[in-house]
Design a protein around this ligand. Sequence first.
Ligand SMILES: C[S@@+](CC[C@H](N)C(=O)[O-])C[C@H]1O[C@@H](n2cnc3c(N)ncnc32)[C@H](O)[C@@H]1O
Length: 213
Amino acid sequence: MPDLFHPQMMDYLERLVPKRHEIMLEMEARAREIGFPIIGIAGGQFLYLIARMMKATRIFELGSGYGYSTAWFARAVRENGGGVVHHVVWDENLSSQARDYLGRLGYSDIVQFHVAEAVETLKATTGPFDLIFNDIDKTGYPASIPVIKEKLRPGGVLLLDNMLWHGAIFNPADASEATRAIHETTRLLTQDPQFISSLIPIRDGIMLSYYVP
Ligand SMILES: C[S@@+](CC[C@H](N)C(=O)[O-])C[C@H]1O[C@@H](n2cnc3c(N)ncnc32)[C@H](O)[C@@H]1O
């Protein structure tokens, strides 16, 4: 991540997160090693906090990678009394790594795996969901919002990662498709009276949007 914050900020926030299960530490080490864009330690703790606070038992993730964010949600769902977390990624290899990690964490009974395009999978899956987390390719964000609104329960929560987009959103000359998609998604969520939204500046920015009942 570039220097969006005080140089000690992310390290400080991460040190406030209690020690994770050794397999989650393994997943964190792997992200560092191969440069894979997981939500990060403070980001994961934030997803977990929201899921616990709202007692979520039905969670749908779009763009799940090898299952790090899924592990935080599965932990919350287990502690909330059980339920389901949908893990969706279009790479077979990442899905199989996720099955391995989440199996070793003891969450096989909670996580449902889909190897497919995430928005199409959400469309085809029976809702409603308490919480939807979106981390797909950023160009896909704007078109995902109407589908998410159909599947989120009133009173539910939408979380989206990368809403600061490495600071690219501060550059008015950046007209790349991904940056325009982040601006458009921000507009869609902050100007929609059906959502109350706040952009949380953890790592690359997590948008928290409450779907008003
Ligand atoms: C940023 S990574 C996910 C990180 C994960 N949420 C975590 O924090 O551990 C996004 C993943 O979703 C996949 N992906 C991107 N767009 C997708 C889409 N439309 N449908 C399915 N998978 C997608 C990418 O290939 C990548 O593996």
